[in-house]
Ligand binder design. Sequence first.
Ligand SMILES: [Zn+2]
Length: 174
Amino acid sequence: MKLNIVEYPDKRLREKSSKVERFDADLYKLLDAMYDMMMSSNGIGLAAIQVAIAKEVLILSIPDEEGEQSKDNLMEIINPVITYKNGDTTYQEGCLSVPGFYEDIKRFDTISLSYQDRDGNSKNLNAEGLLSIAIQHECDHLNGILFIDKLSYSRRKKFEKEYKKAQKEKKNSK
Ligand SMILES: [Zn+2]
């Protein structure tokens, strides 16, 4: 399975993902290919829509204290629903679909999540800190929302200008 990262401003990133109903070999293949893609891109999270598949599938690998992303830390989250959110926190976020840009984004500090694993088993999770932030970022992708949508009007305008310029330079250097 060959995947490519969809980059902003590609309209596909605005699609709303639909629920996974079949927990079968195709889903396993997608999850495994997403893992390889995330690791080779040095990401800590990836939603299926970022590889142009509009399904409620996301994966996360939060680095441990040594900064290592071992496969034991891999989380596979299917059909997530955030059931509780509380507090606020700010973190400098980036996104594999918005390469090269990092912005401070305000999110809930603590969340609870219900979801399914790759076999369709129902799970619940309480998360705080970076895990909570990453889950909220990836869940937004499933609704067609990007972290840059949360910027103030003036910061967003500045971003659009800089991003366009960086993309043009990238094209010219190819
Ligand atoms: Zn993202």
